[in-house]
Design a binder for this molecule. Sequence first.
Ligand code: FEO
Length: 394
Amino acid sequence: MKNKEIVPGVFSVGVVDWNMRNFHGHTYATKRGTSYNSYLVVDDKIALVDTVYGPFSKELIENIRRIVPLDKISYVVANHVETDHSGALPEIMKLCPKAIVLGTSKCKEGLYKNYYGTWDFKEVKTGDSISLGKKTLSFIEAPMIHWPDSMFTYLPEEELLMPNDAFGQHLASCYLFADEVDPCQLWDEAAKYYANILWPLGGLIAKKISEVQKLNIPIKVIAPSHGLIWRKDPMEIVKKYLSWANNEVKQKGVVVYETMWGATEKMARSISMGMVEAGLEVKVFDVNQSDRTEVVKEMLDSKFFVFGSSTHDNSMLPSMAGFLEFVRGLSPKNRSAYAFGSYGWAGGAVRDIEKVITASGMSLAKPGLGIRYVPDENETKACFAFGQDLAAGK
Ligand code: FEO
C-alpha cells in the first residue's frame, strides 16, 4: 500500500491485515479485518509512532524505507505494549539501534517482559514533550484505556492526536480516512470496537476525555492505531465515545437465548413480540447461531437485556453460560435485565441467569419467567405480556 502524508510531515506507514478474523484470541470476530497503524513524523529529527503486529514487520520496514533510511529514526514512540502495536519493535530496533524508545513507566516494564530488549528507553508522562525541530511530540498518559501502559501522543503543530487503540475500528480498507469509506460500515465497526473492547472502561474513558478537554488542545485529526483516520469532524467520534461511556441507551431491547428443543425459543419469540408491541426496537439472537461480537454491539445502546435458557442439569445451557460470563466482564450499567426459560421438572436456568444479572451490576427489574415444558396458549400469552410489561417498566 502506498504511503500517504496524513498531515504535513506525518506519513502513514502501517499495514492492513485483510485476513484477521479472530482478534484477542477468539474474543472478537473481526469479519472485516483490521489494520495496524503506524505513523512516521519527519522533521529535523524523525520519530516513528507505534509499530505493527510482528508478522508484518518487513512490510512496515519497507514502508518506512520508501521515505527515510531507518537509521535516521531518533525516537520510536510506544503508546501501548500490546503486541499488535509493538510486535515489530525488535526488528525495527535492530535497524535503528541508536533510537530511543519513548513510553510510560508501565510501558517500559511491559516491553521488557515481552521482548527482553536492552533498548535505550526514556520514560515520559503527561505534560512531557520532545522537540523534533519544528514539530513537537507531546504525551498524555491514558492508563487502562485500555492497558496500564497506554498513552496518547499529540503533535500540536498539526493538531494531530495519535491515541493508539482509542477511537479505532477493526476495518481493513485500501483507504486511510474515515470520510472515504461507507459510513454505515465505519460506525458499525466503531461501535463494535467500543462494545467489545472498551465497554467496561467507560468511567475512565469519560474522565480521560474530560481531562483532555481541559487541556484545551485543538484537535484537527485523530489518527488511531486501528482502522480509519478521523479528519472530517473528528469530534464526532469523541462525542460518540462520551455517549457510550455515559451509558446513554435507547428504548431498545436485545433478547438472547439458548434452546434445547425449541420451547425456550418459542418463549423468546413471544416475549420479543410483546416488547415490539409495547414500542421497543428489538433484536433477537439464538446464542448458538449468532456472532457474539455482533450481539454485544447491539447491546451497547440497548436499555433492556432479556436472557433465556432451557434448564439442563439444574442450570442454564453451556453456550448461554459462556455468553453471560462475557457480559459479566462488561459490567453493564444503567440496564434492566430479565430472565426466562423452559424447564421439565426442577428448573434452575432462570435462577442462575438471575444470579449472573445481579452479580454483573445490571438491575434485575422483574422476577424471571419459567414455563414447564412447552408453553400452551395461555402461557404463550403470558410470555407476550411479560415482554409488554418489561417494556413498560412493570
Ligand atoms: Fe490494538 Fe490494545 O491493542
